[in-house]
Write a protein that binds this ligand. Structure first.
Ligand SMILES: CC(C)(COP(=O)(O)OP(=O)(O)OC[C@H]1O[C@@H](n2cnc3c(N)ncnc32)[C@H](O)[C@@H]1OP(=O)(O)O)[C@@H](O)C(=O)NCCC(=O)NCCS
Length: 227
């Protein structure tokens, strides 16, 4: 029998796993953000805040040797999370990295022209997570999540295991539903979410432009699951 340790899912250790999971986010973020300054800022939006503010709702894939190689991170209550982001996270951003200086917030960046400004504006505008144009999303599915796994550990069942661990935790906490927003072009991820039990948010949220339910004006998909 092989003596190699098997990977497994466990709770995130907010101290020991912080740097490895920052790295997982840098490597798995959407292709447009995978280089340069936007790549160094992206994890502060889609990783660090969750591990700092609600580590008890964050799970990682451990490679069997103690190294975190993937995660699902979750805010169980989005309105509360947005408030804590503004009150507890924004004030420390510049001390975490001088790159994270508050930008001019108006006018909104043209993402095609200035990605760095785009991600910085997002970092300093947590209210975006409330999807103000459609409050029903957060009302019905108050939790939201992000999930990423390094390529060597993908398609081995860990994404599903991370989700199951998170759902159990959320159910115990009495959370009625969870949502996530994903890039419409990420068809692999869409197939994964559908396979493990998510569905599109059942409303037209792009003023009818696409004619599709659960697709917003930026072409992102809103996926939801009742718990
Ligand atoms: C998306 C991701 C989290 C899925 O995790 P995973 O561990 O690879 O997925 P699993 O092995 O648990 O897959 C469970 C089921 O989902 C489906 N699935 C997963 N990946 C799929 C793919 N690329 N194509 C088609 N179906 C897929 C399959 O039905 C699979 O079951 P099977 O392997 O028995 O057929 C992972 O691949 C990943 O991190 N990708 C890169 C980053 C990313 O896109 N994150 C999501 C951003 S929104």
């Amino acid at each position: 029998m092989s003596s190699e340790r098997q990977p497994f899912v466990r709770l995130v250790d907010p101290v020991k796993d912080a740097d490895p999971l920052f790295d997982v986010c840098k490597k798995t973020v959407g292709p447009a953000l995978r280089t340069g300054t936007p790549n160094l800022i992206a994890p502060y939006i889609w990783n660090v805040a969750y591990i700092r503010l609600c580590p008890e709702f964050c799970f990682s894939v451990d490679d069997g040797e103690g190294n975190a190689v993937g995660y699902v991170i979750c805010a169980p209550n989005t309105p509360e999370f947005v408030e804590r982001w503004r009150e507890e996270y924004i004030p420390i951003l510049e001390s975490l990295d001088p790159l994270l200086k508050k930008p001019e917030m108006h006018p909104p960046a043209d993402w095609g022209k200035d990605l760095t400004l785009g991600v910085l504006q997002l970092l300093y505008n947590p209210e975006d997570m409330m999807h103000p144009a459609c409050p029903k999303l957060v009302e019905e599915y108050p939790a939201h999540l992000h999930i990423d796994i390094l390529p060597d550990f993908q398609r081995r069942g860990f994404g599903k295991k991370l989700m199951e661990a998170l759902w159990e935790k959320l159910r115990k906490a009495g959370v009625p539903g969870v949502h996530l927003v994903m890039e419409g072009r990420n068809h692999d991820a869409e197939r994964f979410y559908m396979a493990v039990g998510y569905s599109r948010f059942d409303e037209v949220v792009d003023e009818g432009k696409s004619g599709e339910r659960g697709k917003d004006v930026n072409g992102n998909l809103w996926m939801v699951k009742k718990l």
